[in-house]
Design a protein around this ligand. Sequence first.
Ligand SMILES: [Zn+2]
Ligand SMILES: [Zn+2]
Length: 72
Amino acid sequence: MKLNPFKRHRCHDCNLRFRRIEELMQHNQLAHCDKSGYECRHCKKFFEGMEQMRRHIKQVHSYQGNNSSPNH
Ligand SMILES: [Zn+2]
Ligand SMILES: [Zn+2]
């Protein structure tokens, strides 16, 4: 099975393939609305999976605003 390395981002809903993840994200939002996707509430970036989004938030936003300090 030969995969096209230039179109490695596949839409899970309609099996369309895209070269860039941005194209896939845009397609997802346009064609499938917010179905099977996760949007970063900090910068509105779109992710396929929740784990990817959570990792992004951890790396980029460092859980800012997560006030976990106890009332001491
Ligand atoms: Zn699609
Ligand atoms: Zn973000």
